[in-house]
Design a protein around this ligand. Structure first.
Ligand code: SF4
Length: 434
């Protein structure tokens, strides 16, 4: 089967391309061209029917919600609930990052419970199974990695984060650099590095990248080049190690695309806000504009419990500078496994951040302007209809009392909008009719 990118190169307008164009109100030819150039990806594993989601240049910023068990808490029913809540709250995709319990069974049940494209990090399952099967992750035969990737593709996984960009040179950079405040924070990256060092071998996913890309292409699974040496601390952002891996990932994005595989590149991690723009420019320039999947990014290290907020700040800035896909962060980040309510909070917060960024990316403030006017005119029904979270807004208004009043309980009779109502109608409304 040809992939979306191969079909687009042959000028074939697929159903998926047509749907992305419809959803985003874009000319179908422009989506076709961008898919052919690798600037847009559309996860489309033929083995599982999912929502059609376009990610990339000229499209609205998309949100991923990650769920998954740990070895401490492996409750499959809770993971299914988290997946369903993520879908309800408006996530565009879901990653199942389970490392505890029966990983394959959890993944299948999660996929059966939602319509979102589901992504994975296949290294997690490979290393977890290797511990049982071979006694230690470092004793895993490399062929096993390819088997797990193939098996997950056959099951219908839509996109995979795979750490192909870690190689001997990346590890050398880490040794030479002599510092890392946060060490290595990627589970897949850490296991892979340990495997390479123990076996004194090159990363098989780098050495045999053509094999990885060929497997994913066969099923039209998007290959998301993993950020295994991402900064896990503000002090490590944009360091040589991260940039070394990014350079390799950008090269591989080009190689994979030429092979007909749909490609994305992953980015920070933890990063101060003044480095976000540079990271996006460098990634876009070096990868020939492959879609950029931003993990977080978390913009300060000192707010555990509120990392959905520290990430939202980074997500809004990232989206405004051209990041295409944002991985949400929940309030539980750094302190525990997220519960279902954390997932809802994380998705909604990331959606708000993406909207803030998209207002700048697309120079379109129309929804905000409509909300401003509805507020000025005390039109509550309209305000709720325009809100990202109408139920939440309605709920707060009704629970604070005075829901039948024209004003709300914030200012009561001192409601500024009410005091001047009717006195400046022409002056306040003439210029904002559009
Ligand atoms: S009472 Fe205050 S906060 Fe509420 S609508 Fe009027 S001006 Fe706005």
């Amino acid at each position: 089967m040809s992939s979306q990118v191969e079909k687009a190169v042959k000028n074939e307008i697929t159903e998926e391309i047509r749907q992305v164009a419809d959803d985003e109100a874009l000319p179908v030819e422009s989506v076709l061209r961008r898919v052919a150039e690798g600037h847009i990806v559309i996860p489309n594993n033929k083995n599982r029917k999912t929502n059609v989601v376009g990610i990339g240049k000229g499209l609205k910023t998309k949100i991923n919600a990650s769920i998954g068990t740990s070895t401490s808490i492996a409750d499959v029913e809770m993971e299914i609930k988290k997946a369903q809540i993520a879908e309800e709250a408006g996530a565009d995709t879901l990653m199942d990052l389970s490392v505890g319990g029966d990983i394959a069974d959890i993944r299948r049940r999660v996929m059966d419970s939602i319509s979102l494209p589901v992504g994975t990090v296949p290294l997690y399952e490979a290393f977890a199974l290797a511990i049982d099967k071979y006694g230690a992750a470092i004793d895993m035969p490399e062929e096993f990695l390819f088997d797990i990737i193939e098996q997950q593709c056959e099951e219908g996984v839509s996109f995979m984060a795979i750490h192909c960009g870690i190689n001997r040179m990346t590890i050398e950079r880490l040794r030479n650099q002599n510092y890392r405040f946060g060490g290595l924070v990627s589970k897949g990256g850490s296991y892979l590095t340990a495997w390479m060092l123990h076996n004194n071998k090159e990363n098989p996913l780098y050495e045999h990248f053509d094999r990885v890309a060929a497997i994913l292409k066969k099923h039209d699974v998007v290959l998301s080049l993993g950020n295994g040496f991402r900064a896990g601390a503000i002090g490590d952002s944009t360091d040589r190690v991260q940039i070394q891996e990014l350079i390799i990932n950008c090269e591989l994005a080009d190689t994979g695309r030429k092979m007909g595989c749909q490609m994305m590149v992953e980015g920070p991690g933890h990063i101060p806000i003044d480095e976000i723009e540079a990271n996006i420019i460098v990634q876009k320039r070096m990868s020939n504009e492959a879609p950029f999947y931003m993990l977080g990014p978390i913009t300060t290290d000192i707010a555990p419990g509120y990392d959905h907020v520290t990430a939202a700040i980074g997500q809004a800035i990232s989206s405004s500078f051209g990041a295409d896909f944002l991985c949400y962060v929940t309030p539980a980040e750094h302190v525990g496994l997220p519960y279902p309510e954390d997932v809802r909070e994380g998705v909604i917060t990331a959606r708000i951040a993406a909207h803030v960024g998209d207002m700048v990316k697309f120079k379109d403030k129309s929804r905000d302007l409509a909300m401003s006017k509805a507020r000025r005119d005390l039109k509550w029904k309209e305000q709720f209809e325009l809100a990202i979270t109408p139920d939440q807004a309605r709920d707060v208004r009704s629970k604070r009392g005075g829901a039948d009043e024209e004003h709300c309980t914030m200012c009561g009779e001192f409601c500024a909008s009410k005091i001047l109502k009717g006195m400046f109608d022409a002056e306040l409304t003439e210029g904002c009719k559009a």
